[in-house]
Ligand binder design. Sequence first.
Ligand code: NAP
Ligand code: FE
Length: 367
Amino acid sequence: MKGWSWFSPTKVFFGIEAVIQNRQALVQGKKALIVTGAGGSARTNGALDDVCQALSGLGIIWTIFDQVQQNPEVQSARLAALLAWREQVDFVVGVGGGSPLDAAKAIAALAVNDLDDEELFAGQFKQVLPIVAIPTTAGTGSEVTPYSILTYPAINSKKSIASPLLIPRAAFLDPRYTYTLPRDITADTAVDAFSHAFESSLTLKTSPLSRALSYESLRILGPCLRKLADDEKLDSEHRSLLLYASMVAGQVISQTGTSLPHALGYSFTYFKGVPHGRANGLILPAFAAFMASRGQKQVFEILNRSGFANLEEFSLVLKKLTGAAPQLDQDEVKVFVELCSQAKNLANSPVRPDMQDIEDILTAVLQ
Ligand code: NAP
Ligand code: FE
């Protein structure tokens, strides 16, 4: 067995009323900055109320930044960090989908460090405010990962900050918060979690433990994707399983990173506004076919663990979930390929796709 390491220090609390019942673990200081989305979903799904009730019960004060947009920009994290500094908060609680959670992480770094963009993305900081994460989507796994992914107009793409300091100290996973997710966001985010489990088990950094946890995640997510593709309603047990499986997949990418579908997907999000998980889902079937054609038998193991008979069936289910890809002209194809080829996570693939391979994969996605 080749050598490997594992680091996943987040204290995870899972279950109905996780916040209220474990509220002591929410407290990481004297004053909190609660970071949440601009659409107000954390107010309707009950997460924000639970956090405020838990904090006030313990005599902790807070201030709220509720302006996080989807795919948050670096600049908005800077604005919120200014608020954190002015209000003298000493810990950050992210409540929402991956966007507020990732924003919370960047804010926690920017609030206590004077960093230019380059330093921020290079993770050149030695301290951050303690972070607590409360996911309300079941997809990104950000509640346990060391990543904060921000939209960065300077490079026409999204870029990740990766630092062990950004791993939340505690994560509270209450499936009830996800009951209000509409079908499309449920599907997009489930596909994101699936792509994490899929991509991670096809990287150079896999280990026996990461494989086992990828399979655990795929075992749950495969049948859920099928249900969503068939427009079946998910019951509360499915909601719990989705939230669990996305957290598990988050633990796995924390060790292995992601690969080409994420790298190429960022352009679909940045230039075409395709939601993150859906963007990965558009690319996964072509990526799977490419890896299989290069002798990566692991692809078939992944499909098998997810309950898909073959690549065709897998593609059909994903197509039902993602719909068709937005069309691109030749110049756009060039830009997408160029940006993807520069992504760090390509080096993470056992078969490193070259420019032509990326273009071929993209062409297959666009068909
Ligand atoms: P999101 O961008 O956080 O949210 C998408 C939409 O869902 C927003 O309109 C949001 O509303 C709404 N929403 C959230 N929770 C809801 C609920 N319980 N009920 C109803 N609506 C709800 O989506 P996401 O897919 O979770 O996160 C995507 C981001 O995470 C991307 O930027 C992606 O790059 C990043 N990501 C990070 C990691 C990581 O490891 N850090 C991994 C994968 C992806 P509001 O406006 O109210 O928030
Ligand atoms: Fe993702």
